[in-house]
Design a binder for this molecule. Sequence first.
Ligand code: PLP
Length: 399
Amino acid sequence: APSLFGTVEPFAGDPILSLNIAFQGDPRTEKVNLTIGIYMDGAGKVPVLPSVKAAADKLGFGVRSYIPMEGLPEYRRLVQELVFGKAHQVLAEKRVATIQSVGGTGALSVAADFLAKHAPGRAVYVSDPTWDNHHGLFQRAGFETKTYPYWDGATRTLRFDDMLKTLEEAPAGSIVIVQPVCHNPTGVDLSRAQQDALTDLLIEKKHIAVFDMAYQGFADGLEEDAGFVRRFADRTSSFLVANSFSKNFSLYGERCGGLSVVCTAADEADRVLGQLKLVVRRSYSNPPTTGGLLIATVLGDPALRAQWEAEVADMRVRMKDMREKLAAEVKKLSNEIDVGFITQQRGMFSYTGLSKPQVVQMRDKDGVYLVESGRMCVAGLTDANVAAVAKSLVAARAA
Ligand code: PLP
C-alpha cells in the first residue's frame, strides 16, 4: 500500500545553512567562511562573552520549572529599557506590551500571528532584498508579502526615493517591516534624515511598522542603534518591535529575544499582552528558562552589564576594523575598485555587488565562501585571512 507520507515533497532547505554544510565538508585548510550571520572573534571562533559566562557561573543549574507564557518579568522590563531607553514616556505610561520571545525569529512569528488576527487582510511590505524569513513568516500567518525598493546595485546605495514612493502608493494601513539598524543583507541603513522622512510617511499613511532589530549595538552603540525606534515612539503608537539577543549576547542557540507592541494606553497594552500570551500558549506555551535567566542576570547586574556593554563595543570595533583592513587590502591590489562601500556599510554584512559567477569562482578557486547574492559576513574576517579574501575578491572582479 502507498505510504501516507510517500508523496511528501522535499524541503529545499535554507541556502545559507546548506552553504555552511558545504563549507564544513571542504577539505582545504585555507578556506574562509563569510556566509552565515554569526559573529566570530579575531581567532575565528564564536565567543562565549565573559559577562555571560560570569552570569552562568553565578546562576549555576537549579530548578527549571515553567516560566510565564510572556516570559520572566525582569527580562521583559530589561528588554523594554534596552529598546526604548529607561526614561522613555511609553514606559512611564505603561503603554508597551512586551514578551520574552524565542529569538528574533520567534518575536516575528508571534508578531505575524498577532497581526493576522488583529489587523488581517493587509499587505505586508518588506525591503528588496531582505532576510528571507520575513516573507516566510508573514506568508505562513496568511499574509501576502510585497517588496519596497531598497538596494541599488549600480551605486551600492539606498533607493530611498523609490522606497518612499512605493510606500506612499501602498494601501493605507499596510504592514511595513523595517530593519532600523545593520540591514541584513545589504549593510546599508537609512540616514537620520531618511529615518525622519520615513517616519512622517508611515504616520501619514497609518501604516503599521514592524521594526526588526537583530543587531542592536553593532553599528554605533547600544543606545545610538535604538534611536530610530525611540524617536518613532516619541511620535506615534500602534507599532511593533522585535529584538534579538542572538548576536549581541553571542547566545544564538539559547533563543532569546523580545517582542514589544507600543499601544496608545495602558489598558490597551494589558489586553494586547493577553493576546500575545494567547498566541504563545497555542504555539510553544512558554519561552526558554536558561537563556532568559542569563540575559536578565547580565542586564540587571550593574557590573555585569557594564562588562557586557564593553564586550558589545569590542565586537562592533572589531567588525569596523576588519572592514577597514579589507578595503585597504583591496586597494593595495587594485585601483579600479571603489572600496568605499565596504567601510560605509554597517553591522555584520556587506553586500559586495559581486555576481553569482564571481561568488562561485571565489568559493571554487580560493575556498572563500560568500552567499550567492554577494553578501559577505564581515565578522568572519580576521587578520589571518583578510589579505587572502581581498586577493580572491579582486581576482573574481577581474574575471
Ligand atoms: N531578523 C534579521 C534581520 C536577522 O538577520 C535575523 C538573524 O539572522 C533574525 C531576525 C533572527 O534572529 P534570531 O536568530 O534571534 O532568531
